[in-house]
Design a protein around this ligand. Sequence first.
Ligand code: FES
Length: 317
Amino acid sequence: MLTSTERLNLRASAVRSVADEVIEVTFESPVGTDLPVWKPGAHIELRLPSGLSRQYSLCGDPQDRSTYTIAVLREEAGRGGSRELHEIARRGAEFDVRVPKNDFPLVESDSYLFIGGGIGITPLIPMIADARRRGATWKLVYGGRSATSMAYRDMLAAHGDVVDVWIEEERGYPDLPQILASSPASTQVYTCGPGAMIDAVSKEVQKHVHLGGLHFERFGASGPIDTSGGSFEVELRRTGVTFTVPEGCPILNQVHEVLPDHPFSCEEGYCGECEARVIEGEPDHRDDYLTAEEQKQGNVMMICVSRCKSARLVLDL
Ligand code: FES
């Protein structure tokens, strides 16, 4: 049953293993209602029983209004969201799900290069289907540690030469200079996966000016979280509360003491969920979500990792 315009109560209709430590979960409405529409690149957010919220890219067919499908890698070293989901995801289990949101839209183009790393393949799957449907030229470079760690590898490889599977233990890392140089002019490059891979693609793309543009979505932070730099004061202007954020403590934790529903997901500065508008003060941006230009403007900040250069920060919360 739909519980609000924003959140849905959905039931897992199927759960299956699609690679080492990766499960695919398909959701449906318990009463058979059509689900809200989405486009390639969209994600849903699951609120787990522990209170953790996690975002997962939709990897099914956007034309299918009856189901949403995600694939989730169990990350032992993570903060517990994927472990919890792996433990509770069973056919018939119900989940609190936010309607799809798209921070990674597919622009119209005649040519695409998709570069996926590990579980970062998921948003690229509906993008590829869309590119095929429109008759666009496309190529996929799909990198993974080992053959059995790569979800949907066989399904994708069945497209033939347009799919280049890089199994790292056999071939090493993808040859980005060659791959980018050989892409047609005006190709739109879409990449998703680990931070180091995205950083490498971003750096290399700059050398290939014939390409159309780069679009990426991170599935991990680019480096360790740095909470050093001393304490500062934060005022939540609309709530009328002021508190001190000590060194080592994320602003988000303190905000949750007062506003437990303030959205968040990754807690590592790459998903954009915890964004807050800045009214006064100089943010010390430490996120991977905002562009350098957006960080310079200083109007918004990611309060899970970013801090403050001035003594006081006033947020529009
Ligand atoms: S929770 Fe993801 S950027 Fe802050």
